[in-house]
Design a protein around this ligand. Structure first.
Ligand code: FAS
Length: 381
């Protein structure tokens, strides 16, 4: 007799997986340690790319992406203070959506519950056994399942449930940090990214009245080094024009840029999805999207297993996903290093600066280079 798929975590990967399985009539339970209020207000990513949007559309779930604004077919770059908009050559890019992550999360929660989904907030669980899947709840009760989906992010419990000698952690530190700011400042364009000798800077809209700003800074900086006035003046310098509306800064944190991949992503009947398995720097705008790609692939594998009694896609899940994850890690590393080294290469020096500048300029002069970037941005590479 079939038991439910036990989904640990109600972030984008866990909620997307729950919605996908419910739509296919596959029983599942989603456990989330935080409150509904908390997860619905956690502001993070902002772009659902074409490939991720198609994963919802192919299951008749495009309404979950809501009325997100279609992504513009260009990236708003500034170089040394001068506007250098970069057109993207892939038409399919337009199927992407500007949709703040918390809006997608809200839509996935209400859609899942409306269709009778079993979603339990304020319920932290631990993995009791990943071969004969069982999770333990805070009250000590045990729930059995057919599979465990580890959708519990980079500080979760599922990656820790795997014996150390059975999992390899590949990490990369970029050598600089971003001061990540959330402010009540409307964005006048979807993306604004500045390449500058003083360092990288960016502004991305997060809904009609908010923006997320990023400022490259040394790893040993702290938020105390960045009072509001310094933030506004440094952004103005790097963008090449003063920031006129200095809205309230509601969030300020320092995020050292890093990449991480855990392999394999499957252990017995436990499968890892999203940040539980991989981390990419926000520059790539692929953190949330890779989580959605994992949910799409794992849902397909489970449907294939239950409908055709064939574990083939489940057995291949880890290898298939890791090939794709490394492809996007390569993109994230190249794009992140290029836009940083083309500005302030730090201790990587002048040679890297000039190579990165040439890499960047080629996106304007070579259709081939531009097409590859555009395919990665759309999620179609
Ligand atoms: P999540 O972390 O979203 O969700 C994991 C969930 O599991 C959490 O709700 C947690 O409470 C829960 N959980 C953990 N342990 C549990 C347990 N034992 N029991 C029950 N529940 C448990 N990505 C982009 O693409 N673009 C961006 O611009 C971007 N900006 C970011 C900015 C910041 C500050 C951060 C932190 C991340 C950013 N990201 C960005 C990446 C981010 O969007 C992640 O890739 C995405 O949230 C991954 O989704 P999940 O894998 O579902 O993990």
């Amino acid at each position: 007799e079939t038991k439910p798929v036990l989904i640990i975590g109600a972030g984008v990967s866990g909620l997307a997986l729950g919605n996908f399985l419910l739509r296919e009539g596959i029983g599942c339970v989603v456990f989330e340690r935080r409150s509904r209020e908390y997860v619905e207000h956690r502001q993070r990513a902002g772009v659902i790319d074409t490939r991720a949007t198609r994963a919802f559309r192919k299951r008749g779930l495009e309404d979950r992406v809501g009325d997100g604004v279609p992504t513009e077919p260009n990236l708003g770059f500034r170089v040394d203070g001068q506007p250098r908009p970069l057109g993207l050559s892939v038409e399919e890019h337009r199927e992407g959506r500007f949709c703040p992550q918390q809006v997608l999360v809200r839509n996935l929660i209400s859609g899942f519950r409306q269709e009778g989904g079993d979603l339990r907030f304020d319920t932290e669980v631990t993995v009791e056994d990943h071969e004969n899947p069982r999770v333990r709840l805070g009250d000590g009760s045990i729930i059995e399942g057919d599979f465990i989906a580890g959708c519990d992010g980079s500080h979760g419990v599922t990656r820790a449930a795997v014996p150390e000698d059975r999992i390899t952690r590949h990490t990369h530190e970029y050598g600089y940090a971003w001061l990540v700011i959330l402010a009540e400042v409307p964005a006048h364009q979807q993306t604004l990214m500045a390449i500058h000798r003083r360092g990288f800077a960016a502004q991305f809209g997060r809904g009609p009245q908010a923006s997320r700003f990023y400022l490259q800074c040394p790893l040993n900086d702290t938020t105390e080094d960045w009072p509001d006035e310094r933030i506004w003046s440094e952004l103005g310098t790097r963008f090449g024009e003063p920031i006129t509306t200095k809205g309230a800064i509601v969030e300020k944190q320092l995020v050292p840029l890093r990449s991480e991949v855990l392999s394999p992503m499957s252990h017995g009947r436990l499968h890892l999805l999203g940040d539980a398995a991989h981390i990419v720097p926000p520059m790539s705008a692929k953190g949330m999207n890779l989580a959605l790609y994992d949910a799409d692939a794992f849902a397909d594998a489970l449907v294939h297993y239950y409908k055709n009694d064939d574990p083939g896609l489940l057995d291949a899940y880890s290898d298939t996903r890791l090939n794709d994850v490394w492809n996007y890690q390569a993109f994230a590393t190249w794009f992140t290093n290029t836009v940083h080294d083309a500005g302030d290469p730090g201790d990587r020096g002048e040679f890297h600066h000039r190579v990165a500048r040439a890499d960047f300029e080629r996106l304007y002069t070579s259709g081939t280079a531009n097409r590859l970037l555009s395919e990665f941005v759309a999620g179609l590479a």
